[in-house]
Write a protein that binds this ligand. Sequence first.
Ligand code: TMP
Length: 208
Amino acid sequence: MFICFEGIDGSGKSTHLNYFIQKLKLKYANSISTREPGGTSTGEQLRVLLLHHDLSVESQIMLAFASRQIHIQQVIQPALDDNKWVISDRFVDSTYAYQGYGKKGNIDFIDNLHKIVCNSLYPDLTILFDIDPIVACQRRQNREISVLDNFEKKSLDFHQDVRNGYLKIAKHNQAQGHKYIIINADDSIENIQKQLDEIIFNILGSQN
Ligand code: TMP
């Protein structure tokens, strides 16, 4: 089972992923968490280039896919082959949302790289943490981190485009029969955790 968490910066998805993996491991020990860009030592080096260097959108797309291919080959596919649950903080939809919808990169280029470089691997379930970029921006400003990456520094309009992109991607994938759950990331932590508990319960139940 391959599950991805997606959302704009400041949506809280990484915190919720930590909760999800801890709860999941109590019921299904055979689970790992990982992230993109990154997830491997080479991928983490590519992450620094993508997040902290001034690059064209095409270079960003190619770096994201270089990191992704290594991630699939070294971590994701071996774990799936071993019947593990893989929970990834971001995957290909981040490239569609940020480089495609946010930076207006060529969607066909992303589609082609996804086919050629990733053999069209797509999550069994995606959980999108949806939030108004104004609220997300306030959350980011309240964080103690002083070094923002290239995407966190971008304008509200950019994050609005990324959010709208994610909502389009979700709709498109739901129409294609993919499991794509949208969670209101502005809801209380308790309510969000309850929804995550239900997701784990439902998937584990349906596997028995
Ligand atoms: P994170 O801090 O949530 O891991 O996000 C890393 C940043 O990288 C986030 O701003 C989104 C960006 N990103 C892309 O622009 N393209 C991609 O393909 C991926 C995976 C992430």
